[in-house]
Structures are given as C-alpha cells and as structure tokens.
Design a protein. Structure first.
Length: 237
C-alpha cells in the first residue's frame, strides 16, 4: 500500500513549483612548474566577464525527462577535467567546497561545487584544453590576474586546503614525477607551503615514510649538480 501511495505521490509531484537554482562545477587545476605553483585559467569568450580569466568549469547536466536525473557531481567534475585538459587518468581530483552566495553569478542563482585537481609536472605537456574557451594558460597561483565571478575566493580556498593537507596526507606525491629524489619532494613541500623546509629534518621525515612503507626505492638514479641521487616512488596499493 505504501509503495502504491508513493508512486501516486511522485506521479503528481510538480518540481517546477519549487525554486531550482543552477548547479555548476568549477575546477582549481594545480601543478608545479619551475618551482612555482601554477593554476590553469581560461579566458571567457562570452558574457558575463567576457575577456576575463576564470577557473575551468561548467554546469551540471540535468535530465530533461521525468526520471532522468542527469549526472552525479563527481562525474560532472571528471567530465569537465577531461574536456578542459584532455587528461582522463593520473590526476588527483577531490571535492573542495560549495560556494553559494546569492549574487555570485549575475545571470541567475548558481551554486558551484568546486573541486581541485593536482597534475604531475610530467603530465603538463599532455594537457590539451577544450575548444569552448578563448586563451588557456598556466598562471602563478598565488598572484593570479583578475578573476571572474568569485573564482579568486575559490582559488584561495583550494590553496589553503592543500597547504593544510600536505603535512598529514600523501597529496605531495600527486605533484612529483612517478620517480623523485628527496630534494624534489622537499621542493614540492616548500612550494605548496611557501616556506623553507630544513633539509635535515625533512630527510628524517622522508626516512620515516620509507620505514612506514609509503615510499620505496626505484631503479636508477637522477643526475644532479653534485652527484647522482637515488630516486624513489610512491608505493601504491
């Protein structure tokens, strides 16, 4: 009886009777190039904010027919990442925060579920931006140009998130090549945190990660200015 009643209720339900704000996903795509934290920005081709820089992103796809609910948020973020960069694997993607100020978009009420992505430096040459925007470029993340909408706030939130997580998670491994030296991993910590890391203290921390099985030796060595250095890799399950 309850099942029949619910079917009858859903058949009579009118979604248009309630406010329906638009939902977007915006991406903070970060990498490290030449010891500098950079963010991928796109130049808007259409109003509003035409000609200004913005974070890549787009609207959540919602089904037009009853019973078709469209795509999940994570699927939308993965789709936008693929369309904006051409990368479909090897990229760390995590939901960041929901931004919903009433006037954040002059077109209509838009909620944005922002995500951040970390792109390894060796994948940067493979980035192939989509064709629905103007110019696309990597900009210095801490000193970006003027950004459309509330995208500066979204960017700052993402930077604060990774700066806070790098000391207690393994996200630093998402910003180094598949094999790396101790110095290269320390450089990532320095770039993300914006502060010098004592080499001796960092080496002790690195050795603990090796002991804990998080990092393992990799074949070969890396040529450096002084002498060949051992290389390591993140030990993935």
């Amino acid at each position: 009886m309850s099942g029949t009643s619910e079917k009858r209720f859903l058949a009579r339900y009118r979604a248009e009777a309630f406010p329906r704000p638009s939902v977007a996903v915006d991406l903070v795509i970060l990498t490290i190039v030449d010891c500098e934290l950079r963010v991928l920005l796109v130049e808007r081709k259409e109003h509003p904010f035409r000609g200004e820089w913005a974070l890549p992103g787009g609207f959540l796809r919602v089904g037009a027919k009853r019973g078709d609910f469209g795509e999940d948020l994570d699927a939308a973020a993965e789709r936008e990442l693929r369309e904006e960069t051409g990368l479909s694997s090897g990229v760390y993607l995590e939901q960041l925060y929901t931004f919903g100020k009433a006037n954040r978009d002059p077109r209509t009420r838009v909620l944005s579920v922002a995500h951040y992505a970390l792109v390894r430096p060796d994948l940067v040459p493979l980035v192939r931006p989509g064709g629905d925007v103007g110019e696309v470029a990597w900009h210095e993340a801490r000193r970006p140009p003027r950004l459309a909408f509330d995208h500066r706030e979204i960017l700052q939130t993402a930077l604060a998130r990774i700066r806070g997580k790098i000391d207690y998670t393994d996200i630093a491994f998402e910003l180094v090549p598949p094999t790396f030296t101790i110095q290269e991993l320390r450089a990532v910590h320095e770039v993300v945190k914006g502060a010098h890391q004592d080499p001796g203290n960092f080496r002790k921390r690195f050795e603990r990660m090796v002991e804990d099985g998080l990092i393992e030796r990799a074949p070969g060595k890396r040529l450096t200015a002084s002498k060949p250095a051992r290389v390591y890799r993140f030990r993935r399950e």
